[in-house]
Design a protein around this ligand. Structure first.
Ligand code: ADP
Length: 540
């Protein structure tokens, strides 16, 4: 058997999964010639300048891997591998030269790289929009970013702004990869698209349909758009939020016969979906800001109104207080004379009618004087003019003195007053006169309104708080009336039988507060009433 090494080598090359050849290269002249080629090599070597490629490589002694892009779209990967032959000519060297069809692999890689790039574009433009407080500021930048990473040449966003049922769009953004191409036609701004011959597009977009149109498929009336933009392919996608039509995302391609890949269409659609989200967010924020500023000016207006009203009220109140104080004083002098003189008039014992009338004058006058005194009192409390005289005393002493004063009234109704002093006596620093005034009020009410055999008065210390409670076992006061009775001129069941002005409790409560304490009521209908005066040990 003939073991010629070249035949052996040739046989081994046929088993290769790439096109393989053996080159002999002249070290001095750099000339080369093929010694062997396998069949695969022969089928791949046409369609590109093989000689030129090899001359270049060998001249530059550059034996690195390189891709060869053939005219028919096939991509070859070339590689070299030097080797030595036993007894070879010193001026010659041998190298294995392989070419491998990697078109599919390469295309896949390119596709993946492209998709990654696209997704990167989408992500970075979303990021820009998220960071911007207003979409109007961020949108041009974001869309330019997106455009840069896509196959498209121009991108635009049209905000839907209908005016009185006319479909109009406002061009918010119009970015192009190069200024070589014209911007969107001016006619598109704020015009009725039906007048522009683009009614079909609006109609479709509003029905949530995208428009993907090549120049040669456009209707005659739509052609002007392609002429003016110089675009070959148009893609319009409706931008919505929930069911609301907010605008249109548009893309243009200027190259002829370069359709948009269906998979990419989906990405453009998802881009339009997040656009809807951002546009809606922007509209919400604008709306919110409008509300906010209206609210702010409204609040300001109201505050001014209120300040004015408050000032007016205060002025009116001051005038009223001064008037009442003045009037009360003016009234008291002649009233005192009326009361005094009615006592002095001495009518003959036989003049029964005269005596009766005189009595009317006396009691009526006294009642009026009481009322005037109470009003004056209230005015002083309300206007803060009331003077407090602070001394230190035993509260049980004040209670006893007050009970003595009220005793005649209680006796007149056959009522008993049961008093319980504190278990441990402790001095109180407060205004004893005011405390007495409050107690007199509470006690006279208990005598007036509770027709029961006795009243209980308890004076006790609970920690640093003095509580004097005046408790009767009369009709009691309903929960609803419990707050009301502390208001001025409030009288319950006022049938004119029991004398009163409806001022006693409001004066008493005002005084209690002025003394740093409170006046509270615990009562239930049918169970009697318990008025509790609570006072701090030392008035502040
Ligand atoms: P006046 O006694 O002058 O009417 P007050 O302010 O002292 O005014 O009392 C307001 C109203 O509260 C009274 O008219 C009365 O209806 C009710 N009231 C006060 N004290 C009692 C009480 N001890 N029992 C039942 N009702 C009372």
């Amino acid at each position: 058997m003939d073991l010629d090494p070249w035949s052996l080598l040739k046989a081994s090359l046929e088993g290769d999964d790439s096109g393989t050849s053996i080159l002999s290269i002249d070290k001095i002249t750099k000339k080369f010639e093929f010694i062997l080629k396998n069949q695969l090599f022969e089928s791949l070597e046409s369609g590109f300048d093989l000689d030129g490629f090899l001359t270049n490589k060998i001249d530059n002694t550059n034996f690195s891997r390189e891709l060869i892009y053939k005219k028919d779209g096939i991509i070859l990967e070339s590689s070299f591998g030097k080797f030595n032959l036993p007894g070879q000519n010193e001026n010659k060297e041998y190298t294995k030269f392989s070419i491998k069809d990697i078109t599919t692999k390469q295309r896949q890689e390119e596709e993946i790289a492209w998709r990654l790039r696209f997704e990167l574009g989408v992500a970075s433009s979303i990021q820009i929009l998220i960071q911007q407080p207003s979409i109007r500021d961020g949108l041009p930048h974001a869309l330019y970013q997106l455009l840069y990473f896509t196959e498209m040449d121009s991108i635009f966003f049209l905000k839907y702004e209908p005016v009185e049922n006319i479909d109009k769009f406002h061009v918010w953004v119009n970015e192009r990869k190069t200024t070589k191409y014209p911007p969107l036609p001016k006619e598109l701004h704020n015009a009725d698209w039906y007048d522009l011959g683009l009614g079909r597009w609006v109609h479709k977009l509003k029905k949530e349909k995208s428009i993907y149109l090549a120049r040669d498929k456009a209707l005659t009336r739509e052609k002007w758009f392609f002429d003016q933009t110089k675009a070959e392919t148009l893609l319009l996608i409706p931008v919505r939020f929930e069911k609301r039509f907010l605008g249109v995302m548009g893309f243009l391609k200027y190259k002829q016969n370069s359709p948009i890949h269906p998979e990419n269409l989906m990405i453009y659609q998802s881009v339009s979906r997040w656009m809807g989200l951002f546009v809606q967010r922007d509209m919400d924020i604008t709306e919110l800001n409008r509300y906010k500023s209206t609210l702010e000016s409204l609040v300001l207006e109201r505050t001014l109104d209120l300040t004015k009203t408050k000032e007016e009220l205060e002025r009116a109140y001051k005038v009223k207080t001064e008037f009442l104080a003045h009037m009360s004083h003016e009234l008291r002098t002649p009233l005192n004379s009326i009361i005094g003189f009615s006592k002095l008039i001495d009518l003959p014992a036989t003049d029964e009618t005269g005596k009766e009338y005189l009595n009317y004058i006396y009691t009526g006058g006294t009642r009026l004087l009481n009322m005037i005194n109470e009003i004056l009192n209230l005015m002083k409390i309300e206007s803060g003019q009331i003077k407090i005289q602070i001394t230190t005393f035993k509260p049980e002493d004040i209670c006893r003195q007050t009970l003595e004063l009220i005793q005649p009234q209680a006796n007149a109704k056959g009522m008993d007053i049961r008093f319980r002093p504190p278990i441990q006596s402790k001095p109180l620093t407060s205004d004893s006169g005011k405390i007495q005034q409050i107690l007199l009020n509470l006690l006279s009410n208990a005598i007036k309104y509770a027709n029961q055999p006795y009243i209980e008065v308890d004076c006790e210390w609970i920690h640093d708080l003095l509580t004097i409670s005046v408790r009767d076992f009369g009709p009691g006061i309903s929960e609803e009336d419990q707050n009301r009775i502390f208001h001025t001129f409030t009288r319950l069941n006022d049938d004119g039988k029991i004398e009163g002005t409806g001022l006693g409790l409001s004066i008493s409560q005002g005084l209690a507060i002025r003394l740093g304490g409170s006046l509270e009521l615990v009562s239930q209908v049918g169970q009697g009433s318990n008025f509790k005066l609570k006072l701090p040990e030392i008035i502040k």
